[in-house]
Design a binder for this molecule. Structure first.
Ligand code: PHB
Length: 390
């Protein structure tokens, strides 16, 4: 065992949550060490969702070199399609806010470059194995580097931003886990080489099941359709994939092109019971997962991190533990609103395998009430564009 590494905040995970936290802490004069078991290349090539709330974009724009405003595209609405008709939800008209389409891996490239340029201690290929002394003033992350050498990071505070299989979460909650829901469907996602099929994203409820026509750039598109959680991503031909998508977006002729990536995304809703214990906290996917229908994942991680950064500034710079004591409750408020929104969008738009004709008609009634009422459209737009940060 080598001598421990010392820092003020040990961050496990170099995804959006961990990197943004290190940026905010550094801006406040607090040093941190980030560990991630993946390589930089793996982190930069992980395909995730692409919709950022206004508040997330405003924060990313403060990071030196961020391309969120140049490569990212502002979207002022989405379309909900059902019963063969499209209904636009006009975000600025309803809320004064918009969202941005900026793929998460592009945001990660910006963040990694900016943190490394700023001299951040960021260690790739390092696996955190446990957290010790969570209830003390000196919690420690136990880790193994890429050469198999064990070492420890000793800190004033440990943050788990280490994704849904979080090691830090175990130190915090032991065996009593959290609140969990599974769904009887998944998304079959593709990336293809084609121009956009529509100006804005289309969320389509069709008798054959849900489809989402999203985008990536002028030449690459991202599309999804509802499938069984057991579906095998390699089992369908390109022609079958296009037939499935086309059937589910009646009224739009999708522009087809070579499919160069496909995956099956499982749906889960999860919230950890404890977000903090002593001097250890978890944020982002380590603390919660949402189904992708409302595009809340990364946005929720950013909201957690803003709260935690303020709490750590108060604790480490002013010796004030008040904001940290309120962290879990403040974060939970938004987490459960986003859980509800993601569940609601999911259940309103997907066809459950066991759905009866009653369920189907009720769902269409729900969609008509939402699009037919300014209050309904505003509720959706407020949640989609993101509630203002506290
Ligand atoms: C995506 O483009 O990957 C995407 C967009 C909107 C969602 C989910 C995923 O709701």
């Amino acid at each position: 065992m080598t001598a421990p590494v010392r820092t003020q905040v040990a961050i496990v995970g170099a995804g959006p949550a961990g990197l943004i936290l290190s940026h905010l802490l550094a801006a406040a004069g607090i040093d941190s060490v980030i560990l991630d078991q993946r390589s930089r290349e793996e982190i930069e090539s992980t395909i995730r969702a692409g919709i950022l709330e206004q508040g997330t974009v405003d924060l990313l724009a403060t990071i030196p070199g961020s391309r969120v405003h140049t490569v990212g595209q502002r979207h002022d609405g989405i379309e909900l399609r059902f019963s063969g008709e499209g209904h636009r939800i006009d975000f600025p008209g309803l809320t004064g806010r918009s969202v941005w389409l900026y793929p998460q891996h592009e945001a990660l490239k910006d963040l990694l470059a900016a943190r490394l340029a700023a001299g951040q201690d960021l260690r790739f290929g390092v696996t955190a194995t446990a957290v010790a002394d969570a209830d003390s003033l000196r919690p420690r992350v136990q880790a193994v580097d890429d050469a198999g050498v064990a070492f420890e990071v000793e800190a004033d505070f440990v943050v788990g931003a280490d994704g849904s299989h979080s090691v830090v979460r175990k130190a915090l909650s032991g065996s009593h886990g959290g609140y969990f829901r599974e769904y009887p469907f998944a998304w079959f996602g593709i990336l293809c080489e084609a121009p956009p099929s529509a100006e804005e994203l289309i969320y389509s409820n069709s008798p054959a099941g849900f489809a989402l026509i999203s985008q990536r750039s002028e030449t690459v598109q991202r599309m999804y359709f509802q499938c069984s959680p057991e579906a095998d991503a390699s089992a369908m031909s390109e022609a079958q994939i296009w037939d499935t998508l086309q059937e589910r977006v009646p009224g739009t002729s999708l522009v087809e092109g070579p499919i160069f990536q496909r995956d099956v995304l499982r749906f889960r809703s999860f919230v950890a019971r404890d977000l903090r214990r002593g001097r250890v906290a978890i944020v982002g996917d380590a603390a919660h997962t949402v189904p992708p229908t409302g595009a809340k994942g990364m946005n929720l991680a950013v909201a957690d991190v803003l709260l935690l950064a303020r709490a750590l500034e108060a604790l480490l710079l002013r010796g004030d533990a008040g904001p940290l004591d309120g962290f879990a409750e403040a974060a939970s408020d938004r987490i459960w609103k986003a859980q509800h929104f993601s569940w609601w969008m999911t259940s309103m738009l997907h066809l459950a395998p066991e759905a009866s004709e009653f369920d189907r008609q009720r769902q269409l009634g729900e969609l008509r009430s939402v699009v037919g009422s300014e209050a309904g459209r505003t509720y959706l737009a407020e949640a989609y564009t993101g509630w203002p940060f506290a």
